[in-house]
Design a protein around this ligand. Sequence first.
Ligand code: URP
Ligand code: ZN
Ligand code: ZN
Length: 480
Amino acid sequence: MSDKKQSDLKVEDSKAPLAGVGGLLIKNGRIITADADQLADIYIEGEIIKTIGKNLNVKADKEIDAAGKLVFPGGIDPHVHLEMPFMGAFSSDNYETGTRAALFGGTTMVIDFILQKQGNSLRSALEEWKSRSDNNCVGDYSFHMAVTDFNENTKKEIREMIEVEGITSFKTFMAYKGVFMIDDRQMIGLMNEVKKHGGLINVHATNGDMIDYLIDKHKAEGKLSPLYHYLSQPEITEAEASGRFTDMANYTGCPGYIVHLTCEGALNAVRNATRRNQKVFVETCIQYLILDASLYEKEDGAKWVMSPPLREKKDQATLWAGINQGLVNVVATDHCPFNWEKKLLGKDDFSKIPNGHPAIENRMELLYSEGVAKNKITLNKYVEVACTNPAKIFGMFPQKGTIAVGSDADIVIFDPKEKHTLSAKTHHMNVDYSGYEGWEVTGKVKTVLLRGKVAIENNHCNIDKGYGKFIKRKKVADKI
Ligand code: URP
Ligand code: ZN
Ligand code: ZN
């Protein structure tokens, strides 16, 4: 057991009088939070954790024996794209299938991205996304708002998004020119406005012009296979943009969060910023920790076409180290699945392959198996990057992201010993392949509670679409 301090769990005295009646009791689990590790019981009433203690004296309606199991806070994946219109297709998981698959994998909440259409308002984008998500989610969810056209009208909408809608983070793209990309002048303007109202800027930090130049060059040379997707986005394109974004965030004083950071050069840009005492939050995704660019040489390399692309083994090592150094704060997925038939849109031209890969269901188990079970990260670090930091950074802590009295009862009961094999034949994501087909994992999500309801049990989902709630988020912190 770790020597982490145990007091944070606020364990009750076991000799205390009756601690509750009627709710749900999880007994004898090893409860792991970002900063504690404790054998104890958890008593839940309604949607909320009521008491945590050893040998709790309660008369519960339902008891779950978690002896021999790990008990984690519900996972939070702050980077998913559900039913998203992109590159001539819609990502194949909708709000129902995507949030249900997330629950099967121990992720109780996701943050999806609304995309403003250039020339239109943020409000109209919000309404469009709500028309797909409202009453359709099984698990809890929130939105980031992607600002693809910052102008005098958009500027007026920022305050309202934060204060009225509880959407406190704004996504920007430094690539995908003509569709999503904003220039540096817009970025500075947006940063100033977001800072003024207590929000955060997320960024897809790659140099769009350099990438477009390389795509055109490769196509002109007849280099059209998936490998050239990778070769059109070399490390420098990400390192340059990450440094530029970090400088702009420093200049404006706006809190910043780099999504799906993949490589050493980009992380070094963030590391450099720490020398001037600047904090830029960093997210990587599970695939960048465990997969590498050799996959692009395979015949079915399109399965892993995503942006940024998979990198090298040395980048994986940098990312694992970055997690332990506190530079990489979050492990997400960038879940953006497309069926094979859609991936084939680019069979003769890599630039037409819809970008993205499925992982919403696999993140928690893969991170445990490849990270904790292989001694790359501790159990506390696991919870920190998969559950707690997303809640803290995006303004939901301590309602979400931890196991504490008063928090939502979002809980994962995990068997650290059970081995199983990932496959499209058994996964719940609405996509006809797995990027991890045949991958052996150690550790399995057994039972998942969402706001006090037993959502996943015996490989079955007990809750329906509509149970998942939109979580309004608070203003963000600039340090965690
Ligand atoms: O390949 C990716 N990442 N697809 C989703 C869009 C994005 O850039 O995050
Ligand atoms: Zn992106
Ligand atoms: Zn994304």
